[in-house]
Design a protein. Structure first.
Lengths: 114, 114
């Protein structure tokens, strides 16, 4: 398996623009996580899906952020409108099952909002 | 709420020296514990995990960690460090009930001097 695939790897956008980050989890995994990593706040869980259903979105910082998982092989994280303080590395991770299994991380999307 | 503290932000060791990275957690029940490593520009890779059983856990690349309930600790150790292991190391705690919400520590950046 190719692992968790995220696109794009790098994104530079202007403030106010819409940004969409994409994630393809490992085939057969039914849990998917979106994390944000910054120097100031470290690694933060934004939202968690189980069987394509959002279970916990308490980490989503504002209404400008939204995430979807239309099927088991694809998820998006959208920021609209984007702001400079959204600049961070966004990671997607997936795990095999609900419960005690490790999360496999993608290589991340480095977002810069200017 | 669960939490993780990694008291050392940055550690420098000489190549071939032993390593111990500290991790303290807060969780009401028996936790699930993880150590991940992040190389520059990469996602996180699992080194080892503890769910139950033997409190000394062996992981990949010669790493081990010991779960000490009385001290709420899960320190990572390696007898001899290689220069290629310079990276950032994250301790994480997952809740053992319900879905697995994993909380990460702020990380310890390891520098290895040749």
């Amino acid at each position: 398996d190719a692992g968790v695939i995220q696109s794009p790897r790098h994104e530079v956008t202007e403030m106010g623009q819409e940004v969409t980050l994409r994630c393809k989890p490992i085939s057969g995994h039914n849990s998917l996580f979106w994390y944000r990593q910054t120097m100031m706040r470290g690694l933060e869980l934004l939202i968690y899906f189980n069987n394509n259903v959002p279970i916990d979105d308490s980490g989503m910082p504002e209404d400008r952020f939204s995430a979807k998982m239309p099927n088991a092989s694809f998820s998006t994280l959208k920021i609209q409108p984007s702001e400079p303080r959204d600049s961070a590395v966004y990671f997607c991770a997936s795990s095999l099952r609900y419960g005690n299994s490790e999360a496999f991380f993608g290589q991340g999307t480095r977002l810069t909002v200017v | 709420a669960q939490s993780v503290t990694q008291p050392d932000i940055h550690i420098t060791v000489s190549e071939g020296a032993s390593l111990e990275l500290r991790c303290n957690y807060s969780y009401g029940a028996t936790p699930y514990l993880f150590w991940y490593v992040q190389s520059p520009g990469q996602g996180l890779q699992l080194l080892l995990k503890y769910f139950s059983g033997d409190t000394l856990v062996q992981g990949i690349k010669g790493f081990e960690a010991e779960f000490k309930r009385s001290q709420s600790s899960f320190n990572l150790r390696k007898p001899s460090v290689h220069w290629s292991e310079a990276a950032e190391y994250f301790c994480a705690v997952g809740n053992s009930g319900g879905y697995q919400k994993v909380t990460f520590g702020t990380g310890t950046k390891l520098q290895v001097i040749p």
